[in-house]
Design a protein. Structure first.
Length: 103
């Protein structure tokens, strides 16, 4: 897992043609606004979160965020333990996000 600043996260994401954006907040939080093209898998689902992550393509590069960066950091660690090598945590989460948000 790598913690990236918003600037690093955005620059790396833009240059990455194998990127997958993952929002690990609750569905209610996701509905309040999300980064474009994000897929939502709630980390609070516990074992179901693990099962959903196991279905993901392990060859993709995952850009992971939550509200503040804490849950997404945990999610990246879980993803790494499940064989997903490239998981990038957005420091500060969506609260610090200054880019586009889909409402």
């Amino acid at each position: 897992m790598a913690d990236l600043s918003q600037k690093e996260w955005v620059e790396q994401l833009k240059a990455d043609d194998n990127a997958f954006i993952l929002d690990v907040r609750t569905p209610a939080e996701f509905q309040q606004g999300f980064i474009p093209e994000a897929t939502n898998i709630d980390i609070y689902l516990g074992q179901k979160f693990v099962e959903e992550v196991e279905k993901l393509d392990k060859t993709k590069n995952y850009y992971v965020y939550c509200r503040s960066g804490a849950r997404s950091g945990q999610a990246c660690n879980i993803m790494n333990s499940l064989g997903i090598e490239k998981a990038y945590n957005l420091q500060g989460g969506i609260m610090a996000w200054q880019g586009e948000v889909v409402q």
